[in-house]
Each structure stands twice: as C-alpha cells, then as structure tokens.
Design a protein around this ligand. Sequence first.
Ligand SMILES: Nc1nc(=O)c2c([nH]1)NC[C@@H]1CN(c3ccc(C(=O)N[C@@H](CCC(=O)O)C(=O)O)cc3)C=[N+]21
Length: 282
Amino acid sequence: MSAKIIDGKQLANTIRQDIKKEVEHLQTKGVTPGLAVILVGDNQASRTYVANKEKACKQLGMKSVLIELPATIDEQTLLTKIVELNNDASIHGILVQLPLPKHISEKKVIETISPEKDVDGFHPINIGRMMTGQDAFLPCTPFGILKMIQSTNIDVTGKHVVVIGRSNIVGKPVGQLFLNENATVTYCHSKTTDLASYTRQADILICAIGKAKFVTEEYVKEGAVVIDVGMSRDENGKLCGDVDFESVQDKSSFITPVPGGVGPMTITMLMYNTLKSAAKEI
Ligand SMILES: Nc1nc(=O)c2c([nH]1)NC[C@@H]1CN(c3ccc(C(=O)N[C@@H](CCC(=O)O)C(=O)O)cc3)C=[N+]21
C-alpha cells in the first residue's frame, strides 16, 4: 500500500479561510483579535516560528504584537510584562515562546498568563479543563493533529492510538485529546522496553520523540496512520521529522510530511484559539 499524504499546509489554508471570515465578522462588531508573542533571547528556530505566526496573523487580519526581550532579562521583568498583557483589552492571546533561558521558571511564566488568554493551552487550568472534558484552550499541536485525523474521515472511536513521547506540550496532551475522542491510548517513551511491540499495534501512531528518522517500517503496522511531530535536521541539514518517510510510506495508509504537516496546523490552531478568545467579547 502507498500512503496518502495528509497535507497539513493545505488543510491549514482551508481552516484559515474559515477563521478569516470569523475575524471579519468580529471586526464588524468592533473587535480585532490580538495575539502577543514574547520571544526571550535569540535563537534561529524560534525566530522562524515567530515569523510564521506573525505572517498568519497578518493574513487573517488579526493584530499581532511581537515583544523581543534579551536572554539576560530577569524573571520578574518578564512576569510584569505578562501581567501588563493580561490587563490589555486589545490582546486576546499571549504566547511566551518556549524553551526559556534556564534562569527563568517556565512554571511561573505559564502560571502568570491568564487562563483566559492562554492560547497555547499550557496553563494548568486549561490542562485540567481539557482532562475533565470541559471547554478549554486545547494545546495547538495536539489540536492540529486531531484536525488532521478528522480530515481523513477515520472514526477515532475504539482505535488504538499509540503516542511516542510524553512531553507536557505534545505527548501527554495529545493522548488525552484522543482519549476524549473515545480512542484507546498507549503512551510510550524513552524508558519503554520493546517499543516496537507497542507501536506495531497502533492504528494511529503519533511520533513526538525528537530524534531524526527514528521511526522506520519495523515500528509500523500495515495500514496504520502515522503522524510525525518531529522537527529535526537530517545528515544533509535538511528539515525532517521523527519518521523515516521513505521507509514508512508504503506501509501506512496515511502519513504526514515534514515540513508541511503538523507545523502549519500548529500555527493555525493558535490562530483559532486567539479568535475563540476574542469572540468571548461579543
Ligand atoms: N509557547 C510555545 N508555543 C508553541 O507553539 C511553540 C513553542 N512555544 N516553542 C517551539 C514550538 C515549535 N513550534 C512550531 C510551530 C510551527 C512550525 C512550522 O510551521 N513548521 C513548518 C516549517 C518551518 C521551517 O521551515 O523551519 C512546517 O513544518 O512546515 C514549527 C514549529 C511551535 N512551538
């Protein structure tokens, strides 16, 4: 079997058209959704993501504010800046780009962002709301992955979803999200013994490991859906994911590419969350 590619870029564009219409509707009511992005320090990868977010905001008619702070900034100054944005009525979403320099507590930063403006869905209040099935800001990458699966028309109910990776921003919440959709979820990670024995049982395999081309065809069941959350560089410096695309492509039914897969969907769901936050005003 040769896999169908889930084109994240194309799906992102389709969803963005709907978001754009909603933004225009809000504007007729006098509300322009506003997203503030805080970038601490200088890092090329972070810069690319931030530039993509700014571009998406412009494209959708949202206000975007970029706050660049030096890596040497003290924690208190950053927290004060966040509180300022919490109190700024023109800002509906606040994103502090992670990771942060070591002298700054990510926990304190995340917990200072108002849960009502936490468009990343990283605040414990939003995580708790998601876990208990309440209305919440869903974390953008897991949310984007769910949208990608839904775009294939596969019913997730009763399917075995295997997640490799247990980070707070992808692995853990993506499993929870699929559990909420009535999937059976297995978490694997770096300490899992005999990883392939689990991943070969997956109807949907979500790879959020952070190791270039780690997942080869031996890890995949014939006909599985394979989602690649990785963002690495291969031996030639080319952008690649956690999945060895060439090896896995013929065994899976659907597969996501890198680039052009999960990445553009992450940004789109961030836009969606910002819109949702702004829509609460009317
Ligand atoms: N508070 C916070 N929220 C985040 O959402 C967050 C973060 N911190 N820190 C870093 C990660 C990473 N991330 C990406 C988003 C889009 C692409 C993306 O659009 N990638 C493009 C290509 C990028 C390229 O060409 O380099 C693609 O896959 O096609 C990638 C990575 C958001 N993150």
